[in-house]
Design a protein around this ligand. Sequence first.
Ligand SMILES: Cc1cc2nc3c(=O)[nH]c(=O)nc-3n(C[C@H](O)[C@H](O)[C@H](O)COP(=O)(O)O)c2cc1C
Length: 196
Amino acid sequence: MTKIAVIYHSAQGTTEALARSVIAGANGLTGTEAIGIKVTGEEVVQGRYRNQRALEQLDAADGIVFGSPTFMGCVSAQFKAFMDATSERYSRRSWAGKLAAGFTIGSSPSGDQLNTLQTLQVFASQHGMLWISIDLPAGADAAARPRLGAQSGLVAAHSAAGEVHPQDHLTAEYLGSRVGELAGLLFRGAGATGIS
Ligand SMILES: Cc1cc2nc3c(=O)[nH]c(=O)nc-3n(C[C@H](O)[C@H](O)[C@H](O)COP(=O)(O)O)c2cc1C
């Protein structure tokens, strides 16, 4: 069984909604099990993220997808607390060779979300993880994914009413299925399942 974990922080629910789509995309593959882990403010005590069980769940995953809202042009403080809590794993190289990917959402189509994604990408690289991009041709994909054109991960933006765009959900599903399929190929020798 290929294991994918999606760890995310969400204050108002839009990042969580995208996380559900990433999970659904991965769970749509035969032989893949995806779980969601939500980082909450209550788990951050004096600046330290304290959920050891969550970290152990991530240890068991073949691929980890990181999700954070873009707050002031970067990951949220809660998500950064989680990132800092992985430093022992960094020292032990626990996550080296796992697959990684990321997604973020903001209120503006160009609200500096790319900096959030790049923060996630650097974080994954510090761990020696293998970063999975979005390989769809922006502007040429039949389903118009990725809507805002970012390729290094999913950049989403919600409407003025706070709604997540359906195409951003489609891209999130695609990202989940891509990470799941590649993890299956790399770690389980599973045959291609036909991402489309
Ligand atoms: C403190 C704060 C900072 C924010 N900074 C940005 C920003 O830099 N760029 C942006 O596009 N949206 C920004 N937003 C909007 C949020 O990213 C957006 O509403 C997002 O969907 C929230 O995610 P959530 O629903 O998972 O909490 C900010 C919101 C807050 C509360």
